[in-house]
Design a protein around this ligand. Structure first.
Ligand code: ADP
Ligand code: SF4
Length: 647
């Protein structure tokens, strides 16, 4: 039987190797780094199992002077790293996927904290991390020769480990090769500086070196950022971005194209729609005959097909879509489009990376738990004893808990006080820029709606005695949390309940994530005067981790919202204050129910257990369900990567 999506399952020749389909999991840090290999291998292998035809390892440091620590990336510094990569290759290939590796040197953005070696680049000056007081050593000819030898040695080791695709990395302003290319960073006057021909020389040489090592065994890809939209004097796809592709057009076996820096490449749904990178990169295929992969948070199979048919891309790149749903390709293959767990574009995954810990995902609670907790994104072990569960509250925690218990074969009933499911998802996704967050609700309500063993009752605010009367085998209380403020101040809940003040509003942000800025937008768009104030030295401090902070400030500026930082609450003027403070758990029902039914029959879950992000609520719903199912790895006990002592 043919399907409109068959084209996505065509093989694609990449130099000497062939990708089994067009689903291409591009490199992304998983937070495991080189020191938690079991977790990172299992994460990637799960994507291969789910149908991603090509899986690329994250940025892999080629040598000690390319050290990105404390940012946990992979390493191929010497032969001691090879066995780990052999295990990675075997795990991914066992599912029939191609496996590649992004060999990289961070150049002027390396840190070398771990190695203690000088940070190097085409020219001297401050390293490209303004927050770090370190300087770059200008590379001389022997440094350049050493870099080339190190890149070749890493390529040799990668080939020995069995990788199919070797990457030359020149993207994100995070590569020595992009630093040599950039007239902003390269002030040399020798044959590696000045003219375009000179500035591209090291990229060309590194590419030729890697092709020589790859020979007829591996493909060689170049990852290149064709534009830097956020940089006033950055590279442009209409200028040198295009010139680079033209100059090297047929040399690599594959072009992996994106835009830089990372905040442009990984934009959230609040600021960019699916396919946002296309306008920068749809020229690439007209310049090269080699296959082209591109990203843009693609979760819609129709958009994917359209990109292939219109000759814009050959392979659909996915980092976040493959995190949110490692089984996205298989679901498309099997015609289960509604079962895709679409990325909502929130960048919680990205934020974990900034902390240097294994990533988390709002949509996929099992990501980075594949090895640690032995969790599979699609398979829940069948319950030994089937039970009836009553879940009170249809927010992200309650829905995820119900869906997990259901998948294990149980009967679930969900009671929701409001006339609509989704809890905070429904309320927050109505705010400006957050509509895609409704996917967290819709994925789960759709799945629950497919089963006769799941019932969702809306407009059903239950009391403890209602719950006791229901007589379920077990009760889960997922009643969420409420924003707290002292009267007469307003809370975010008031605004989400539809209240709009009639006079000007001062928002005071003690939360530091998205909520205060989103409410400022909402109120400004309603035509009211609104200001933003915080005690922190920055606006929406935590959104730096989701790469949104600059865009939030730009948007508030565009809406003429005055922003005051370093400002104590006591200095607010009299008038309407909207306090974005903290949330308290709605857990009184839990206490009452426990008193009636006994501790062993009631479990607290999600924001009602402890208020947090939506990601934390989904994870809690999933974890509590697994715990109730008897999973020994759903609590404090997890599989640990224990360092080895060499005596
Ligand atoms: P979480 O993030 O933990 O899922 P939410 O606040 O998003 O929490 O969702 C909690 C849901 O629980 C809300 O939709 C709320 O209406 C519902 N709820 C709260 N109390 C009751 C109750 N007594 N009976 C039924 N539903 C309730
Ligand atoms: Fe997408 Fe958010 Fe999951 Fe990242 S955390 S993959 S942005 S849903």
């Amino acid at each position: 039987m043919t399907s409109p999506y068959d084209i996505l399952f065509e093989p694609v020749k990449i130099g000497p190797v062939t990708a089994p389909n067009r689903f291409y999991a591009v490199p992304h840090a998983t937070g495991h780094g080189w020191h938690e290999p079991n977790g990172s291998i299992a994460l990637r292998a799960t994507k291969a199992e789910g149908g991603w035809g090509t899986i690329i390892n994250p940025m892999t440091e080629i040598s000690a002077d390319a050290d990105m620590g404390n940012h946990p990336l992979d390493r191929l510094w010497d032969d001691a790293d090879i066995p780990r990569h052999v295990a990675n290759v075997q795990a991914i290939k066992s599912h029939g996927a191609l496996v590649g590796i992004e060999l990289a040197h961070g150049g002027m953005r390396a840190r070398n904290y771990h190695s203690g070696l000088p940070v190097k680049g085409p020219s001297g000056g401050h390293i490209l991390r303004p927050e770090i007081p370190m300087f770059t050593r200008k590379m001389d000819k022997s440094d350049i020769a050493e870099f080339r030898e190190n890149h070749k040695a890493a390529a040799r080791r990668a080939k020995q480990a069995g990788y199919d695709i070797l990457y030359v990395y020149a993207a994100h302003d995070l590569s020595l090769l992009s630093h040599f290319l950039s007239p902003n960073n390269n002030h040399r006057t020798d044959e590696y500086g000045g003219s375009f021909e000179n500035r591209i020389r090291l990229l060309r040489e590194t590419l030729e070196d890697t092709l020589e090592i790859a020979a007829t065994d591996c493909a060689v890809a170049v990852r290149f950022s064709v534009d830097e939209p956020d940089k006033a004097n950055g590279i442009r796809h209409t200028g040198e971005g295009r010139d680079v592709i033209e100059a090297l057009a047929e040399l690599p076996d594959l072009w992996d194209i994106n835009i830089a820096g990372w905040p442009s490449d990984s934009q959230t749904a609040r600021f960019a729609d699916e396919g946002y990178q296309l306008p920068f990169m749809d020229f690439v295929k007209s310049v090269t005959t080699k296959p082209v992969v591109g990203v843009g948070r693609y979760t819609s199979p129709d958009a994917m097909v359209s990109n292939i048919r219109k000759g814009r891309l050959d392979l659909i790149g996915g980092a976040r879509p493959s995190i949110a749903d490692p089984f996205l390709p298989n679901k498309i293959r099997d015609g289960k489009i509604e079962a895709i767990r679409e990325c909502i574009g929130c960048n919680v995954c990205v934020s974990m990376d900034a902390y240097g810990v294994p990533l988390r995902c709002t949509q996929n609670p099992t990501i980075a738990e594949e090895w640690r907790r032995n969790w599979h994104p699609e398979n829940i072990p069948t319950s030994k004893t089937l039970k009836s569960y009553l879940i009170v509250g249809a927010g992200p925690a309650g829905l995820e808990c119900a869906w997990t218990l259901l998948r294990a074969g149980n009967t679930v009933t969900i009671a929701e006080a409001r006339d609509v499911a989704g809890g905070r998802i429904t309320r927050e996704s109505a705010l400006p820029g957050l509509s895609s967050w409704a996917r967290v609700r819709d994925y789960r309500t759709y799945q629950l709606g497919q089963s006769s063993n799941a019932t969702l009752y809306l407009s059903s605010a239950l009391s403890a005695s209602d719950i006791a009367e229901f007589d379920a085998d077990h009760v889960i209380i997922a009643t969420g949390s409420s924003w707290v403020a002292e009267t007469p101040m307003l809370t975010p809940d008031d605004i989400m309940d539809g209240l709009l003040p009639t006079n000007s509003v001062q928002i005071y942000d003690d939360d530091h994530f998205y909520m205060a800025s989103v409410l400022a937008e909402h109120i400004a768009l309603a035509g009211l005067d609104v200001s933003y104030t915080t005690a922190q030295p920055v606006v929406a401090g935590w959104t730096d981790f989701t790469l949104e902070q600059d865009r939030i400030i730009a948007r508030l500026n565009a809406l003429n919202v005055p922003m005051h930082v370093n400002t104590p609450f006591s200095t607010l003027q009299s008038g309407t204050v909207l306090h974005v403070g903290h949330r308290a758990p709605n857990d009184s029902l839990f206490g009452e129910t426990r008193d009636l039914l006994g501790e062993e029959n009631v479990t607290l879950c999600g924001d009602a257990l402890v208020p947090g992000t939506i990601q934390a609520a989904v994870h809690s719903g999933h974890r509590i369900a697994r715990q109730l199912l008897g999973d020994p790895l759903a609590g404090n006990t997890v599989n640990r990567e224990v360092p080895q002592i060499l005596l």
